[in-house]
Design a binder for this molecule. Structure first.
Ligand code: AP5
Length: 191
C-alpha cells in the first residue's frame, strides 16, 4: 500500500490536486471535508452535529472525524492505498491514523505540504464561494476562522510527521499543472 497525506491550509489546493493524484496512482481518496458534507446533505445525526462547527469555521471534534475515517477505510478493504485530504488535522488525529494503519500492517509514506500565502488563500476561497454554494466559503470572517484553526491546531500535524522525516514542502502557488508536476515528482520518487 502507498499512503499519502496531502497537507495544507484551507484553499491550498488539496482537493484540486487530489483528483490527478488518485487517477494516476489508483489511490482511494479520503476527504473528511467531503465525507462531512455528504453527512450534512443526508441530514444524518453526525452531519447535523458537524454542521454547527463547519459553519463557524471550527474543526469538528476528533472522535467524530476519527470514527468516520475508520468506517471509510473498513469499507475499502482492497484499496491500493489512501490519499488523505483534510485529515489528520490535529495531533490526536495523527496518532489515531497511525494506529488504524498499523492494524492494517501499513503506514504513511509521505506528507506533501502545499505552501500558499494567506492573501491568496482568502482570494481563492471567496472566489469559489461566489459560485459553489459552500456555506463556509461565502463569509470572509469564517474563512479567516478556518485559517486560524489551521495555525492553532493543524500545523501540529506537520510537526508530528517531521519527527519521522516524512514531510516534503511543495510550493502551492502557480498553475494547477505546474504544482501537480512538482507533486508527481515527489510521489514517483517514493511509490
Ligand atoms: P475541508 O473540506 O477539508 O476544507 P478545507 O481544508 O478548508 O479545504 P478546502 O476544500 O476549502 O481547500 P483545498 O485545500 O482542498 O483547496 P481546493 O482544491 O478546494 O474542510 C471543511 C470543514 O470541515 C473544516 O473547516 C472543518 O470544520 C471540517 N473538517 C474537515 N476535515 C476535518 C478534520 N479532519 N477534523 C476536523 N474537522 C474537519 O481549492 C480551493 C479553491 O482554489 C478552488 O476554487 C480551486 O479551484 C482554487 N484553486 C486550487 N488550486 C489553484 C491554483 N493553483 N491557482 C488558483 N486557484 C486554485
Amino acid at each position: 500500500m502507498f499512503n499519502l497525506i496531502l497537507f495544507g491550509p484551507p484553499g491550498s489546493g488539496k482537493g484540486t490536486q487530489s483528483e490527478n493524484i488518485i487517477a494516476a496512482n489508483g489511490l482511494q481518496h479520503l476527504s473528511t471535508g467531503n465525507l462531512l458534507r455528504n453527512e450534512i446533505t443526508n441530514q444524518t445525526p453526525l452531519g447535523l452535529k458537524a454542521k454547527t462547527f463547519m459553519d463557524a469555521g471550527q474543526l469538528v471534534p476528533d472522535e467524530v472525524v476519527i470514527g468516520m475515517v475508520d468506517n471509510f477505510m473498513n469499507a475499502h478493504p482492497r484499496a491500493n492505498g489512501f490519499l488523505f485530504d483534510g485529515f489528520p488535522r490535529t495531533t490526536a488525529q495523527c496518532i489515531a491514523l497511525d494506529a488504524l494503519l498499523q492494524q492494517k500492517g501499513t503506514e504513511i509514506n509521505v506528507v506533501l505540504a502545499l505552501e500558499v500565502g494567506e492573501q491568496e488563500l482568502v482570494k481563492r476561497l471567496l472566489g469559489r464561494g461566489a459560485t459553489s454554494g459552500r456555506s463556509d466559503d461565502t463569509n470572509e470572517t469564517v474563512i479567516r476562522a478556518r485559517i486560524k484553526e489551521y495555525h492553532d491546531k493543524t500545523t501540529a500535524v506537520a510537526t508530528y510527521y517531521a519527527q519521522f522525516n516524512k514531510v516534503v514542502n511543495v510550493k502551492g502557488e502557480g498553475t494547477v499543472e505546474s504544482i501537480y508536476a512538482n507533486l508527481k515528482k515527489e510521489i514517483d520518487a517514493r511509490i
